[in-house]
Design a protein around this ligand. Structure first.
Ligand SMILES: [Zn+2]
Length: 172
């Protein structure tokens, strides 16, 4: 299916009145607050947002924002690839009073500007959706870990270019 290019800026209140749906993809490197996930910068972020009004006629936003990030396994401290999926369900509020008046089970979203930056919303939602504890289902074994440096030494020794370099330096 054709995935449309996401617009960098949104007008949430207008979109809510239009009951608009926004679908598309971006990549992690376009979300500056996710810059710390250096091994995940090329990952695709799938975005599907629905704007509209709830049964109380409040402007709201719901949908999904998902990607995969390399996190650190809390058991073995090796990298682990985790699916991160945010399911925002937000009610737009204009000010503090409205926020306080909102029933507790609803998530307020302060929208004071007409226009918002989409990437800021996506970053915020993904950061909130990070798992509290990232872990492999099955951690790589200790044996595998200790075998790696030995293999590296082996390939260095067999490198024909290293031998040539030695011959060359002898000629000099
Ligand atoms: Zn692990």
């Amino acid at each position: 299916m054709f995935s449309s290019q996401l617009q960098p800026f949104l007008e949430p209140r207008k979109l809510a009145d239009q009951e608009a749906e926004i679908k598309g993809q971006t990549i992690v490197s376009r979300l500056p607050r996710l810059a710390e996930f250096r091994d995940s910068q090329d990952e695709i972020v799938e975005v599907a947002l629905r704007f509209g009004r709830d049964e109380e006629h409040r402007q709201c936003l719901s949908g999904t924002v998902k990607t995969e990030l390399m996190l650190t396994c809390q058991r073995c401290l090796e990298p682990v690839r985790c699916q991160v999926e945010a399911r925002p369900s937000l009610v737009m509020v204009y000010n503090e009073e409205q926020m306080k008046a909102l029933p507790e089970h609803l998530d307020p979203w302060m929208v004071t500007d007409e226009r918002i930056t989409l990437s800021e919303l996506l970053e915020e939602e993904l950061l909130l959706a990070l798992p509290l504890v990232a872990m492999h289902e099955q951690c790589p074994t200790v044996l595998h870990k200790s075998a790696e440096p030995a293999a590296a030494v082996e390939s260095k020794r067999d490198n024909p270019f290293a031998v040539l370099a030695q011959l060359k330096s002898r000629d000099d």
